[in-house]
Structure formats: C-alpha cells, structure tokens
Ligand binder design. Structure first.
Ligand SMILES: Cc1ncc(COP(=O)(O)O)c(C=O)c1O
Length: 457
C-alpha cells in the first residue's frame, strides 16, 4: 500500500518527463523506422517478486522497449488499413485511462450518455438514420461478430427458436457473400455458422463487388429458412462497393438479414462525389464501421449499428440480481459483447467535437487523392504494374520483374515506408492503404522514390 501511494507521487513527479517523451516520440514519428521487420523481442526478465516501482520501470521502458516500436501512427505506414491518432483523440484516450469508467450499466456516471451522444454524432457524420442503435466495439471484427450474432438470432426467431437462450439447435441458416473480409469469415467460425459454409456469390467482371443478379438466383434457389447476406461497403483490396439498394430489396423479398461491412469504406459517404456508392445503406439490418481506421482514434474502437435494437438486446442482455437496474438510459452491456469495458467513447467525443464533419471529410479526400497520386506514378513507371485503378484509398500493384513478395520485403526493410501484401484477381501484389491524417503529398513522393530505389536495386 505504501509502495503504491509512493508510486502515485512518483507518477505525478514523472508526468512532465512522460509528456516530454511522448511529445518527442510524436514529433519524431516522421524520422522513425516505419516498421521493424522481424518483430524484435524484449530482453528476457524474470517476473520480480518485489516490484521495481514506477520510476525504475519508466527507465526500463525507455531503454528496453522504446527502440522496438514501429511508427505505425506515422504518415508512411500504409499497411492493412491503419489510421493515425489525432491530437484531440489522444487527449481523450489519456483521460479514458485516468477516468477509468466502466461503460456497462447506467445510473452512476455520465459515461453512458457520452457514448449514446457519440453514436448519434456518428450517425450524423455518416448520414445514417438516428434511429439506429448500437455500441462501440473493440474494432470492426467485433462489430461483424455482433452483426452475425443478431442475424443468427433473427434467423432463429423466424424458425420459432430463441438462439441466444436455447442455442442453435436445428436452426438452418445459409450465408451469402461475394468478397467478405477475412474478419467476417473468422466471425462465422466463432458463431458456429462455419468459415467455409459461405455461399460464394460471383463478382462483377474485374471487380470485387457482388453480382446482384447472381445473388437473386442463389437466394431464390435456397431452401434454408434463415438467410444472411454479408455485403461490402468497400472491399479491402479493390475498394469495390456492393449495390446495397438492390441487395436490400432482394433481402426484403427473401427475408434475409443484410449485414454491411463498411469498416473504412463507409467514410466515402463524406465525399459528395462518392456518396452514391453506399446508397441504400439505411436499409441494412446491421452495419459495421471502424473508428480506429479512418477516424484516426487510437486502437480499440469499432462501431456497430443496427435497425433492430430489440434483437441486439436479446442477444447481449443477461440478467443477474446484481445487474438489475431501472434506469432511463439503455445499459451498454446489453448492447455489446463485454459486460465491463473501457470508455471508448471519450476519444471519439474529443475527435468529433475538435474536427467536426469537415475535418474528417478533409482526411478522407486527402487520402483518396494520395492513393490516386501513387496510382498515377505507378502507371507511368516502367517498373510497376497498377493492378487496379483505386476507387478510394487503396492502391494494389506489382513489380513488372521479380516477385511482389521479395520487393515488398526489401521495401519494408528500408524503414521509410511499410506496405502489406495483396492479391488482385489471382495476381500476387502489394497493397498500400492511405488512412492517416498525417500523410501528405510529400510523403507520397517519398514513397515513390523508395519504390523506384527498390525496383532499381
Ligand atoms: C472491411 C473490413 N472489415 C473488417 C476489418 C477488421 O477490422 P479490425 O481489425 O478493426 O477488427 C477490416 C480491417 O482492415 C476491414 O478492412
């Protein structure tokens, strides 16, 4: 106890040092190695019997761990779909730990109200109906999980069974999708519907978007009483968009649940020239979006929304005497996976209030322009083949000579830029995804120079 009280004083004494270190880390992001291929390991240390105390641990952190972190929040980390961290969301995230609110039940903190406000702002930002209900999740995978849990429950209802209460039993469900994200396949495994049981809907030519006519025939031919369609609002490589309005009409006709994964692609709605790509989204039964991608808040923040609050509630709500409360606001543990969890809404509250719709729109448009700029350079280059003209923020390409994987390794080893592998229509390639507020046109030029160097080497 004394040691902990001493450490509390130590924290207050160290805070300026920790702040100064943080400021220097952020200022130097641009100069740090963008990645450390090979995953460095921390020096081995036995678990101490008597703890070292915060001041010694702070020194150990700086010495042993700090050199091994990559500059993922920096401007040239173009792997996966990786957002940065805005100053306002970082402030909100720090305070989240300080405040340590458990956003589970209601009646004893403003935290639930803040999350509900943030969900409402997100609906305004994305121009979605304010009647949607949902919660903040760990990420898009967890939002996809909630989508499938609700879809499964709905399919059970149609077959006279409460799946959340009684299990799947003999409930028959068929899942249809054209280009589901890997996380959706993982989720189908988790919810007992089977990763390899998806009915593959063909794609349109040279696209990852669903062939809606083919979906219509497959739905008409299916005898499964429960049907789920997973649509994409932005596939992770081609950034193609399924025709949501047409798919929603088919889902209505065939009593299928429509889940839309718009983890990053939903932000295309902020750009008037791309707004039409997600027309019909408001008819989806459930929607996944991600905040730790294009909204540039720190990790651990996804978004799940549904038109069916009652289904979500039935899936997530369990009663226990110590949990029963009678409050005006919904308890968020009844709308999500966890019972106890962190106050994810606060970084978003800071972010959305600090930068508004206009700020987010600027990041989205700038990142899309950067993707187009890189694509134009690749197209003009004799060393590379652009595999698909980017529609949004992802560029997929390959070297004209040699293996994409080998070139990617060389590129990432340089420490100036980080990209991840991709595949387009069976051709192995390299993917660069732009979703960081820090990335500038000058960074795109550095990326082009780095690519030219490895291609020439
Ligand atoms: C379309 C899509 N869905 C889901 C995910 C999974 O998101 P997360 O890593 O936040 O769980 C991603 C990640 O890139 C994605 O692009």
């Amino acid at each position: 106890m004394d040691a902990l009280l001493q450490d509390q004083q130590a924290l207050f004494a160290l805070q300026e040092d920790i702040m100064a270190w943080s400021a220097s880390w952020l200022r130097q992001l641009d100069a740090r190695p963008v990645a450390h291929p090979g995953d460095p390991l921390p020096p081995p240390r036995p678990l101490p019997t008597t703890g070292l105390g915060l001041p010694a641990v702070w020194q150990a952190f700086k010495q042993d761990l700090a050199p091994g972190f990559n500059a993922a929040p920096g401007p040239r980390y173009l792997g996966f779909v990786t957002g940065g961290v805005t100053p306002a969301s970082l402030a909100g995230d720090w305070l989240t730990a300080v405040l340590d609110q458990n956003v589970a039940s209601t009646g004893n903190s403003i935290a639930t109200g803040v999350e509900l406000q943030v969900l409402d702002w997100l609906c305004q930002l994305l121009d979605l109906p304010s009647s949607l209900a949902g919660s903040l999740t760990t990420g898009a995978t967890a939002a996809n999980l909630l989508g499938m849990v609700c879809a499964r429950q709905h399919a059970g209802w149609r077959q006279g069974r409460d799946v959340a209460r009684d299990g799947l039993g003999g409930v028959a469900i068929e899942v249809f999708s054209a280009t589901p994200h890997a996380s959706s396949l993982k989720v189908l495994g988790l919810v007992g519907l089977g990763r390899e049981q998806v009915v593959a809907v063909p794609c349109l030519p040279d696209s990852e978007a669903m062939d809606v006519a083919a979906l219509g025939s497959l739905l008409a031919g299916s005898s499964a009483p429960g049907k789920i369609v997973i649509a994409s609002a932005g596939t992770v490589t081609g950034t193609d968009f399924d025709d949501l309005a047409a798919i929603a009409a088919l889902c209505r006709a065939h009593h299928a649940w429509l889940h839309v994964d718009g983890a990053f692609g939903l932000f295309s709605r902020l750009d008037p020239s791309r707004r039409e790509w997600t027309a019909g989204i408001e008819q989806a039964d459930s929607i996944t979006c991600d905040a730790h991608k294009w909204l540039n808040v720190p990790y651990d923040c996804g978004i799940f929304l549904t038109r069916h609050a009652e289904v979500l509630q039935q899936c997530c709500s369990v009663s226990a005497p110590y949990l029963d409360q009678d409050d005006a606001l919904p308890a968020l543990m009844d709308r999500g996976i966890e019972q106890s969890r962190r106050f994810r809404a606060l970084p978003l509250w800071f972010n959305l209030l600090a930068y508004g719709r206009g700020g987010v729109r600027q990041w989205v448009e700038a990142n899309c322009d950067q993707a187009a700029r890189l694509a134009a350079w690749l197209e003009a280059s004799a060393d590379f083949e652009l595999l698909k003209t980017p529609k949004l923020n992802v560029v997929v390409f390959r070297p004209v000579r040699g293996e994409a994987q080998a070139l990617l390794q060389q590129l990432n080893a340089g420490g100036e830029v980080f990209m991840t592998p991709g595949q387009w229509r069976g051709k192995a390639g390299i993917r660069a995804a732009f979703s960081n507020w820090r990335t500038t046109d000058a960074d795109v030029e550095r990326v082009c120079r780095a690519l030219a160097r490895v291609a020439g080497a």
